[in-house]
Design a protein around this ligand. Structure first.
Ligand SMILES: [Zn+2]
Length: 498
């Protein structure tokens, strides 16, 4: 769906909107989420937690957002975490050099190109300043994206807002290993905010300065990368692999990917299969997803093998998760800088664990879920907009609507709301406006069902259960409502079978 449609809906229903929007000079790249938006976002994280963390027996942490300078000396971020920027000589505006070139040539420009190579490309393609159309630029410079914070009254404890959530996972590895695991492989996960001083935040939630990440670091013994207990579960699972130097996606089984050495081992193929299954639960179809293999010049500075999980949308292919084989880069760096031992014993072998990382964007998944769910239907003279969100990430499972407020209907509806709420269902109570307007509002934020309490309810204790997509309605006994919703929520039964 065009991003204007999605952004209009987002603003109309406060799904997301600019931070500090009442001040005209607020910096861009910061966003807020209200009610339905916040709930959808949280449920995406809950789904990730259920499917990729808890199901695998991984641990979860909640780390600090501000970490001392030494951490980022060790991680390499202070030296290497930078974007190439270029300034227009005429209007002084700043731009990402690689983005300017990519926009003009419609190709991929690796961030890692040397500044002199970028200078040459800017001249070669006659790049113009997007602001003033000027053609003269200063030389390309590297700009570090870390956000600095001074801690304490003297300000001499230099710290930084984390640019990725995973650093505290590496810092916490030893403690979690010793206290909770004592064996490899060990997966540690974290969901939270990260911060990058982007020069040009754009496309709303897709490039922000503060953004949500859900990351999993899997620590393993590199000599045992092929000893994966559950590999038989996925060996015939077909991965959508977009290999380097290939024109399109190939469906390749996990077994074949390992045998042909397309991946470094079974552990990696296993993880990719789980990732692909996870994103299918967000209603991303097989044809619109792929793992893009990254070449040497495209990978992040710490990665030996990278697969970007991408989804095709109206804005082109969007990366939702980077799957990085980080080797022992991180533990080795922190061991050296902190002078702490990171070696553990696995299978009677002293080993510095390697790491395979699943690094996903929360807000990107949120945006893509909206993009894929957006529906606009003509119904006679009227137009209907609704979000076809999967039940598991819908903000509420049902709206509860008394047809009118009089004759005891309001009290009856309130009772049903309280009951369903006590059973842990996310339900929305709305008694204002016409019933049609209430349906329209909940359709737009993706609520899959509506429960209407009318005069028949007062006679026979049944309600109308309406399905969002088909707008079909059926009568259901109040006593069996909770069970019906549970079946619909867990996918055990379809609406037709209720
Ligand atoms: Zn300019």
């Amino acid at each position: 769906m065009p991003k204007e449609e999605i952004n209009n809906l987002a603003l109309r229903r406060a799904l997301y909107y600019p931070a500090a929007e009442i001040y005209s000079n607020s910096p861009s790249g910061f966003w807020e989420f209200a009610d339905a938006g916040e709930k959808i976002r949280r449920k995406i994280v809950d789904l990730w937690r259920k499917e990729l963390v808890e199901k695998e027996g991984f641990m979860e942490i909640f780390g600090a957002q501000i970490l001392p300078e030494d951490v980022f000396k060790a991680s390499g971020h202070l030296a290497s975490f930078s974007d190439p920027i270029v300034q227009c000589k005429k209007c002084n505006s700043l731009h990402r050099a690689d983005v300017l070139i990519a926009d003009k040539t419609r190709g991929v420009v690796p961030e890692s190109l040397a500044t002199s190579e970028l200078d040459a490309l800017i001249r070669k393609h006659g790049i113009e300043c997007p602001k003033c159309k000027g053609k003269e630029f200063h030389e390309v410079k590297k700009f570090n994206m870390m956000m600095k914070v001074d801690i304490g009254a003297t300000g001499n404890q230099v710290s930084y807002l984390r640019p990725e959530t995973c650093q505290s996972i590496f810092l916490d590895f030893k403690r979690v290993y010793r206290t909770m695991a004592n064996s490899l492989p060990l997966g540690i996960a974290q969901a939270g905010s990260s911060f990058r001083n982007e020069i040009a935040p754009r496309n709303t939630l897709l490039r922000q300065r503060e953004f949500g990440q859900m990351e999993i670091e899997i620590f393993f013994n590199p000599h045992r990368i092929n000893e994966i207990e559950n590999f038989s579960e996925v060996e015939n699972f077909k991965l959508n692999l977009f290999l380097l130097k290939e024109k399109g996606v190939k469906k390749i089984s996990c077994k074949e990917a390992v045998e042909k050495k397309l991946v470094s081992g079974k552990l990696i193929a296993y993880c990719l299969a789980r990732v692909q299954e996870f994103y299918k639960k967000l209603n991303i179809s097989e044809e619109k997803m792929r793992f893009r293999q990254l070449g040497n010049d495209e990978r992040a500075f710490y990665a030996a093998e990278t697969w970007d999980f991408e989804v095709e949308t109206d804005l082109g292919w969007i990366e939702l998760m980077a799957c990085n084989y980080r080797t022992d880069y991180d533990l080795k760096g922190h061991a050296k800088q902190s002078r702490q031992e990171m070696i553990v014993t696995d299978n009677n072998e002293k080993v510095l664990p390697h790491v395979f990382e699943l690094s996903a964007g929360i807000d990107r998944a949120f945006y893509v879920a909206l993009d894929l769910a957006f529906r606009k239907e003509k119904r006679g003279p009227e137009e209907r907009v609704f979000l076809d969100l999967p039940v598991r990430i819908a903000p509420y499972i049902a709206g509860i609507f008394p047809l009118v407020k009089k004759d005891g209907l309001l009290e009856k509806a309130t009772g049903i709301f309280r009951q369903l709420n006590s059973y842990d269902f996310d339900v929305l109570f709305e008694e204002k406006a016409s019933i049609g307007k209430r349906y329209a509002k909940t359709d737009e934020i993706g609520v899959p069902f509506a429960i209407t309490i009318d005069y028949d309810t007062m006679k026979d204790n049944t309600v109308t259960l309406r399905e969002r997509n088909s707008m079909q309605q059926k009568r259901v006994k109040i006593d069996s409502l909770a069970e019906a919703l549970w079946h619909l929520k867990t996918g055990k039964k379809s609406f037709e079978k209720i």
